[in-house]
Ligand binder design. Structure first.
Ligand code: SAM
Length: 332
């Protein structure tokens, strides 16, 4: 009998995002709270490999079937292959994936695949070298593109590219991104920008994803891909005749909280019931006792907020956001 881990509102939770570091080798202006944040040591005690594996084991025992490693930049962890190898060996875990900016994938894609990683999501907000450098505070577009190429060769597929749509910054590149799906087996997913940490000024960057439909629809007719949430937040389409898909993730203009299937664990060992809430439970005191860890997972499950109370327009939704962590501290 498959186990089921169901919250107070009937949502089955089967997905865990496990952050393994807050540090990043890029410093995307919309992701961190201040420019120095990504590169520095935080002084926080990071989850060890053993901590990650016990979290993974307990999660799978409870009914989690998919784990995604995230960060910061997860590939900065020198022991990322040990974490990957250990998690992938857990019986019952069906999917182990990783979210990365791709910079370190050129040298790691094959090693990660050999360690049992199934697939990667790669963040890529611009296809223009200068724009990429500007958004990421100095990153090299070519490194990410090489990382994508190696990941495809290593079979880390289906490969998804994540593009955070930023008004006036990369919206003129929608057409180029969409065109990538025509003859490549890639999913290009556009994500609405979310202000974090009570940011007051955000609307100058926010663009609802209808804009993507508008631009894509001028290239070719758009065909909805049925039943393609795949347990995730994206709504999928493809251009008629295209090999790849276009995904839309609209946390603000069309929230998907009613089908939220996830919990998050931060790299300092806090379990988070909801991205939009400040609520956290510290797992650290319980690593030596699996039963107590399970109890904390259940506590987090019961703290997942009521989806019926979530505002359905971006302005009110942002007002509901209570967060003190930046996205790089949570893991997206
Ligand atoms: N370093 C990895 C990467 O680049 O994918 C993992 C961490 S990053 C925090 C995870 C995802 O969160 C990325 O796709 C990033 O673009 C997205 N993200 C960060 N800040 C965001 C924001 N304010 N709104 C929407 N998405 C955001």
């Amino acid at each position: 009998m498959p186990r089921q881990f169901i919250d107070s509102f009937g949502r089955e939770v089967n997905y865990l995002r496990l952050s393994v570091t807050e540090q990043c080798n890029l410093s995307c202006f919309y992701c961190r709270s201040h420019p120095g944040e990504c590169g520095r040591e935080t002084g926080k005690e990071l989850l060890t490999v053993e901590n990650c594996l016990i979290i993974g084991q307990v999660a799978v025992d409870l009914g989690i079937t998919r784990i995604r490693l995230t960060g910061g930049e997860p590939l900065l962890r020198p022991d990322i292959l040990d974490i990957t190898g250990g998690l992938s060996a857990i019986p019952g875990l069906k999917d182990l994936s990783l979210t990365t900016n791709g910079i370190l994938l050129e040298k790691n894609a094959f090693k990660l695949a050999a360690a049992g990683l199934k697939r990667v999501n790669i963040s890529l907000d611009s296809l223009n070298e200068a724009n990429f450098r500007q958004i990421t505070n100095g990153g090299k577009l070519q490194s990410t593109l090489q990382g994508i190429e190696q990941s495809l060769l290593a079979g880390l597929t289906p490969l998804k590219l994540n593009v955070v749509l930023l008004k006036g910054i990369n919206d003129h590149e929608i057409e180029k991104f969409v065109a990538m799906t025509i003859d490549q087996e890639l999913d290009v997913r556009f994500i609405e920008y979310m202000p974090t940490q009570g940011q007051k000024k955000w609307s100058h960057l926010f663009l609802p994803l209808e804009k993507v439909m508008e631009v894509a629809g001028k290239i070719a007719p758009l065909v909805p891909v049925d039943g393609e949430h795949g347990g995730g937040p994206a709504q999928y389409f493809h251009l008629e005749g295209a090999i790849g898909k276009i995904g839309l993730i609209s946390p603000l203009s069309r929230h998907f909280c009613d089908r939220c299937n996830r919990l998050r664990v931060t790299s300092d060992g806090k379990i988070k019931p909801c991205l939009f809430s400040d609520e956290e439970i510290d797992l650290r005191p319980y690593f030596s006792d699996k039963e107590q860890l399970k109890a904390k997972f259940f506590e987090a499950l019961q703290l997942k907020p009521d989806p019926r109370k979530v505002a359905s327009n971006p302005v009110d939704r942002v007002k509901q956001f209570q967060g003190t962590r930046s996205m790089t501290q949570i893991g997206g």
